[in-house]
Design a protein around this ligand. Structure first.
Ligand SMILES: [Zn+2]
Length: 179
């Protein structure tokens, strides 16, 4: 029941994005547009850009803005307590046995395009993501979900941070270890 509705909603949203790209091509990149009839219709027309290169420029701008937003919202999600695995699931990543969270971090923070063939081979040095924890309000350095112990992945939480303490408690439960 809900599924077809969602599909048409996102289809409509995609239409608005295409419309926005076309408008930016006209307003920012200086092309004009021409109304063209849609085959089979007498009343509906489509618009085409007279200089399609302006469309390429507008779409490129849209893409770089959207990519920056992927990163910004992923950082906000991490700050709000979401895991890299949850972010990877939303991104719809499929990996060759590599946890989706690692793949998501590699993509958004390290700038590596997901590659299912890579099978977990990583370079040594990776950049970090930085965000302010919404639990303890401290600045956190997030090195990705690559280590077992939460404190090896995230540094900067206060000692009393409930989120970080919960992560460590879950780790102890999972591993049966005590630090
Ligand atoms: Zn914290």
């Amino acid at each position: 029941m809900g599924e077809p509705f969602r599909v048409s909603e996102s289809g409509r949203a995609a239409g608005r994005i295409r419309e926005l790209v076309r408008r930016i091509a006209v307003e920012v990149f200086g092309t004009t547009e021409t109304e063209v009839p849609i085959p089979g219709f007498t009343v509906f027309t489509d618009r085409k850009l007279d200089d399609p290169l302006a469309g390429v420029r507008a779409a490129l701008l849209m893409r770089s803005v959207a990519e920056a937003q992927l990163y910004d919202y992923a950082r906000s999600a991490r700050a709000a307590g979401r895991s890299w695995d949850e972010i990877g699931a939303v991104l719809g990543l499929s990996t060759g046995g590599v946890p989706v969270g690692e793949e998501a971090f590699d993509w958004l923070v390290c700038g590596r395009v997901p590659d299912p063939e890579r099978k977990g081979i990583r370079s040594w040095r990776t950049p970090s993501a930085y965000w302010r924890c919404t639990s303890c309000d401290a600045q956190v350095t997030d090195d990705g979900p690559f280590e077992s112990h939460p404190a090896d992945n995230e540094t900067g939480h206060t000692d009393s941070c409930t989120r970080h303490q919960a992560d460590i408690a879950a780790w102890k439960q999972r591993t049966g270890w005590d630090d």
